[in-house]
Design a protein around this ligand. Sequence first.
Ligand code: ADP
Length: 487
Amino acid sequence: MNPAGMKILFLASEAAPLIKIGGLGDVAGSLPLALRALKPPEWTGPELDVRLALPFHREIHQKIDQPSLAAIFQVDHPSGALWARAYQTSINGMPVYLIDGDPIDPDGLVYSHDPELDGRKYVFFSLAAVEMIRHLDWQPDIIHANDWHTGAALYSLALRKKSEPIFKPIRSLISVHNLPFMGKDAVPAMKDFGLPPANVPHLPKWAEYFPLPLGLSSADYIVPVSPGYAAEILTPEFGCGLQGYLQTRKKSISGILNALDEESWDPSTDPEVVSRFSAANLDQKQPNKAFLQAELNLDVDEDIPLLVMITRMDQQKGVDIAINGLRLAAEEKWQAVILGTGDSLLETSCRSLEAEMPDKVRALIKYDGALSRRIYAAGDILLMPSRYEPCGLAQMIAMRYGCVPLARATGGLRDTIRDDPTLADSTGFLFDEADPDIFAETLRRALYSYPNRSIWRTIQIRGMNQDFSWRKSALKYGNLYILLSGR
Ligand code: ADP
């Protein structure tokens, strides 16, 4: 390793390909590798020796035969220290530390159904990740945490800096992928592990033991996952009660967009896609639509715009706005395919919509990665009426697959989609209010543009040519590391 390089310990609850549950898994699997791959002439800073630490989840045990033991140590606990073991493996040449110990695998799940078990797991993981540093012959310059799961690591680091010289030079940063999830069920674990309540001006009293607010208040820098979300979390509407505190940190907050693994999400090579295509041979997209229409027993007709929605069924995602908006636009020509799972009321609403409009709607209530790829490839318009969206991946994937996004103008959606009233510079359609009427109005605008094939094609190609690569975002994180380390 280049001795002048900078060392970064990246902490996350999940990272593809070892373990992926949601969007965070994509980010933690891609960003550290993109940072390690930064090269001159674009990158003028030191080599970035980024290493990842994850809990040693059961599913990872099944994937790794013989991980080597890197360190064995104890995590402080008022009623007797707990043993932890750090194993080492690698992803594409990047060292990965897998931290194990009694609280890590109570039920085999990455995110337990019992939120207090989850709290205990991630508080233990966070404290162990910091303690691990004392037992490796590799000391990071920076700890990069992600979301509430690893917030306690930055709090522990800040506390330990006061008395332990080894931690003093370490700088810290936290990426915020979802502010409302603050780890409130981890409070018993925070107390149990003997962590003191925070005493931070402007941080609300109710947050004094919550891992995410403590991570934010301990971090030298805060990175929401889009510039739009960075601005929104300073407001009462999106700040979840932390806006007052976050406003005091305004100078050390800036948004950096998540990006796509462009190799994995490529319609010209995607093995799941029936008819592969690219911006240069967009005609080959059409057979995917015909195939899906036939598979789902919908009318096979190129002229009927195919609306698609691929989402967690959650209040955040505005599934109800889409359902009611589609009812309001029932007289228009469209078909809709909804793929998703989650909240049972929303799942039922999707099934009801299908029952009401059996010749127009298909509700596929499941998680199916391969099918999602075929739907992106087949779809004309992706519906994404999110109430809030820190960054959002689905709209970027859709654009790569020539499926034009229709989304609410919030957070990362506003940052990644352009809606020009003349369509001359559009990559999609945006609307402001989380309201089914406005959704339906915007849908009509898209549906009335669709028959103009040459304009529609230009919108598709513009979307397909957007640069959603990690390289761009990695450069921004890299520059932030340099700023923090003072090099
Ligand atoms: P979030 O991380 O908030 O759920 P994103 O848009 O950032 O939303 O990422 C969601 C990812 O999960 C996308 O890759 C999307 O294709 C995928 N996804 C969501 N629901 C499903 C599903 N039911 N089946 C397959 N993939 C899904």
